[in-house]
Design a protein around this ligand. Structure first.
Ligand code: GLN
Length: 325
């Protein structure tokens, strides 16, 4: 398949509704290959056929298509916010003393590797790592974390979805096991129930594809919001978060996703994916039908289509290399 040449406007990409609609139409037939999450009963109420996308570019373009206004829970994409805030407040040394930066190659809620011989979680994008990050965030509390999430996502309407929270809390034996195992290893040090409550509450925040695109744009622009010029996150924090997203953000699908799409991204079982196009744009996708790894099946296909046709893969420059000296 031949990639199209991409248009540029003032040095950055032009994105329009037609391009987004083509990406969604390409992705839509794949919806039936996946399933809506049901291990959190409340999530099974989602409409598997919903599909939406939103793109915010650094030069101010805003483009949306499909079910981009639908509210859904952020789930594991909150791990991006948790990590960024922990790095800002506690510093990288404190975070990475307790959590490694390696892809786990295992499911998001896997206990295997920690219970065997590893003493610390593999990375902050899997549940064990994110629960440990929440241990560091405990002094901030959920109210402050919601306020920060609203600011990072430029979305004052982000609230805690109590139904989803209660539904997950009542069905969180696996995360409880993980958290207590981490406590037994001295990795989680605060009150385990409070740590896990904060982790689960952060997973239960209501967002839209647009909230994710805003956060992705902030990351794409090194932590400075392009509209206001205000620095919201430190440059080093952004670089670390985005790198961990690239290697670990799609769980045990991270390697294949990096080849096919080539964008630092984070998925959640609510159906969202947040993707960063460094120096260019932020993308938010919503499609609650998931593959067996818990990643939005049509969301991934839409991103693959866009990445290919707009030449967004971060390593496209290698493919462009036709120079001689
Ligand atoms: N709240 C979910 C859990 O902990 C998040 C998982 C996900 O989005 N992959 O199981």
């Amino acid at each position: 398949m031949q990639a199209h040449h991409f248009d540029k406007r003032g040095g950055s990409l032009i994105i329009n509704e037609e391009k987004l609609s083509r990406a969604l139409e390409h992705a839509r037939p794949h919806i039936g290959e996946g399933r809506v999450a049901s291990y959190i009963p409340e999530l099974s109420k989602a409409d598997a056929n919903d599909l939406g996308i939103c793109v915010h570019t650094i030069d101010g373009q805003r483009c949306r298509f499909g079910d981009w206004e639908r509210r859904f829970t952020i789930q594991s994409i909150s791990k991006v916010i948790n990590l960024a805030v922990a790095l800002e407040h506690s510093g990288a040394d404190a975070v990475f003393k307790r959590i490694r930066m390696e892809p786990s190659g295992a499911a998001f809620n896997s206990m295997q590797r920690i219970s065997d011989n590893e003493d610390v979680p593999f990375n902050p994008m899997v549940n064990a790592g994110a629960i440990t990050v929440c241990d560091l965030l405990l002094p901030l509390g959920i109210e402050k974390m919601i306020e920060i999430s609203q600011k990072l996502c430029m979305d004052e309407d982000i609230t805690l979805n109590e139904e989803v929270f209660e539904s997950e809390w009542a069905n969180s034996a696996r995360n409880h096991s993980l958290a207590y195992l981490l406590q037994s290893k001295g990795v989680v040090r605060g009150n385990v129930e409070e740590v896990l409550r904060l982790y689960t509450q952060m997973c239960s925040l209501n967002v839209t594809a647009e909230s994710l695109a805003s956060l992705a744009l902030l990351l794409a622009n090194g932590g400075v919001h392009p509209e206001t010029g205000r620095r919201i996150l430190e440059e080093d924090v952004v670089k670390t978060v985005v790198t961990v997203m690239l290697t670990c953000g799609m769980y045990d699908g991270s390697g294949e996703f990096a080849v096919r799409v080539g964008l630092p991204s984070k998925s959640g079982v609510g159906g969202g994916i947040l993707s960063v196009v460094p120096g260019e744009m932020g993308i938010g996708v919503y499609g609650p039908s998931l593959d067996e790894k818990g990643n939005s099946i049509a969301g991934q296909k839409a991103l693959e289509f866009l990445s290919h046709h707009e030449r967004l893969h971060i390593l496209d420059r290698c493919a462009d290399g036709r120079k001689t000296f």
